[in-house]
Design a protein around this ligand. Structure first.
Ligand code: G16
Length: 541
């Protein structure tokens, strides 16, 4: 089919697209056009990078079932480089205008970047379990097929982090043709077994129930558990795995529901001192929680608690092998991080903390550029740990030198295995879950012990719907608003009325909403502050 015929078949005019926090997201009915142009972007990116494999994931992660979205994965598993986001937006909006506009925009991009479109492009695609996925995949493939020399690997249904991992594997393997979805399970199961054997862990100190948000993570985590053998089979149970009943995705379950509502998801039967966790729709985030035996109260162990747990383990291991002063360890957070977590990491663990804008792409960049071991987690459970080349080389060479000292050798080997147990390409609910339960087993911690390292300040996260969220422009890692004019001063004034409180407002990059966060000394104050700030947002919006 000609370019024009493909355009006529797959594109519609009239919608305005923006590349948001995590790619393009909207109601599925307006996404065919942007799928088509994202196919084109992926091909251009692959050719521009000398035919490296570039990934495209169709997902709307935590958003409702009728939404969908698309994001591009770089050859080494990162999110699309930020200077290509405007290219993706420009092409989508050109297609949304007319075929002539799309054709001329494409020609000018090709000329500007000096891309030879006859060269080979290698593209890998996957999708989550949403009903609109197959239709949107067809539009994506149509966009890809505009070019003459393209090789597509369609992994079909995957979690987002699995695709990131496989794109990385394809570009780094000496035998790319051998990379398949089993590569993911083989890798993580093997490292899990080695790390737990090193510490002679034969059972977990709790039972873990995994709420899979009725998303693709359900099938994938079950596959991993069955491959890992009886320790995980005996201690882990997956619930909310109804991937075929599309409307159940993220409905009263999943990481976003649990984090926002601070309560148990549907179909979980809370038992004191047992551990629970929730994935989101494409299993790129995870939060943990439990109910205590004394007051039967729900306790959230969110991204901040995951970051501090891993930071403690890594800091201990670095100390034990004498590398604390050689390798720079740091934690990256966003404005949503609980004030108590930042204080604990800085004052107790003595580890530096940086703060960036929301969006893993920002945290990732900060972690890579500042630290040898950069731990980054958003409070919503999205995050990972990045280990530098310097780290790997140092640990490898010390492992060869340290034959006599058993304790040092064990710490070095643990660091190495940990760097392999964590999916460094992107936040990964399955791999983060394994890293957390391995750490809890090594320290022999129950959920309450983990939670006890610091106490969260009471907090509340709400959403406000306004006619145009783009008027909410923030600065200072999203902690202050530049516009609407006058709103920040009003928020500052409100905050002075609640002791030890803070609050900020920012436009979501994945939903048509403005988010309001408030933290205070008591839950009542946090709720009251969030409510009052929300009322101001409505007024100014
Ligand atoms: C995406 C991003 C996260 C971000 C979240 C919410 O997560 O990858 O970094 O925290 O959206 O972003 P916003 O507040 O701008 O809507 P996910 O899990 O939906 O891919």
């Amino acid at each position: 089919m000609s370019f024009r015929d493909l355009y006529e078949q797959y594109c519609k005019q009239g919608h305005a697209y923006t590349y948001g926090t995590a790619g393009f997201r909207a109601h599925n009915s307006v996404l065919d056009t942007v799928m088509f142009t994202t196919g084109i972007v992926a091909v251009l990116r692959s050719i521009y990078l000398k035919s490296k494999f570039v990934g495209v994931m169709i997902t709307a992660s935590h958003n409702p079932p009728e939404d969908n979205g698309v994001k591009v994965v770089e050859p080494y598993g990162e999110m699309l480089v930020q200077n290509w986001e405007p290219i993706a937006t420009k092409l989508a909006n050109a297609a949304s205008s007319s075929f002539t506009q799309l054709e001329s925009t494409l020609q000018s991009i090709i000329a500007e970047l000096n891309i030879d479109t006859t060269q080979l492009a290698n593209i890998t695609v996957a999708r989550d379990s949403r009903e609109s996925g197959p239709r949107l995949l067809a539009a994506l493939k149509a966009g890809i097929s505009v070019f003459p020399a393209v090789k597509i690997i369609d992994f079909e249904l995957l979690t987002t982090p699995q695709l990131h991992f496989l794109v990385y594997s394809l570009n780094t393997s000496s035998q790319p043709s051998q990379v398949r979805d089993s590569t993911y399970y083989d890798h993580f199961v093997s490292i899990w077994n080695q790390l737990t054997q090193l510490y002679e862990v034969t059972e977990l100190p709790f039972h873990l129930t995994i709420d899979c948000a009725n998303g693709i993570g359900a099938d994938k985590v079950k596959q991993l558990i069955s491959q890992a053998g009886h320790m995980l089979e005996n201690s882990l149970t997956a619930v909310n795995g109804e991937t075929k009943t599309f409307q159940l995705l993220n409905e009263s379950c999943g990481a976003d529901f649990v984090k926002t509502n601070q309560t148990f998801p549907a179909n979980c039967n809370p038992k004191p001192s047992q551990l629970y966790c929730s994935f989101d729709g494409d299993a790129d985030r995870v939060v943990f929680y439990y109910v205590d035996g004394k007051e039967n109260k729900f306790h959230l162990l969110d991204g901040d608690k995951i970051a501090t747990l891993l930071a403690k383990l890594i800091a201990d291991l670095l100390r034990d092998c004498g590398l604390s002063d050689t390798l720079k360890l740091g934690v990256v957070q966003t404005a949503y991080a609980n004030g108590s977590s930042t204080k604990y990491i800085t004052d107790k663990l003595k580890i530096p903390v940086s703060c960036t804008k929301t969006g893993v792409k920002h945290l990732h960049h900060e972690a890579v550029s500042r630290y040898d071991i950069g731990i980054y987690f958003e409070a919503n459970g999205h995050g990972t740990v990045i280990f530098s080349r310097e780290f790997l080389e140092t640990v490898d060479s010390r492992l060869q030198e340290t034959s006599g000292n058993e304790q040092q050798y064990k710490s070095l080997l643990s660091l190495k295995l940990l760097s392999q147990l964590i999916n460094q390409t992107v936040g990964d609910a399955i791999s983060d879950m394994l890293a957390v339960i391995a750490t809890l087993s090594i320290f022999n911690l129950k959920p309450e012990d983990w939670d006890g390292c610091y106490q969260d300040l009471p907090n509340r996260l709400t959403k406000v719907i306004v006619p145009d969220r783009s008027v909410f422009v923030s600065t200072n890692a999203e902690r202050q608003l530049l516009s609407p004019e006058g709103l920040q001063a009003k928020i500052d004034l409100l905050v002075t009325q609640f002791p030890n409180s803070r609050s900020f407002v920012r436009a979501s990059g994945t939903e048509d909403a403005v988010r309001v966060y408030a933290e205070a000394e008591t839950t009542e104050s946090a709720i009251e502050l969030a409510t009052k700030v929300g009322e101001l947002v409505k007024l100014f919006g």
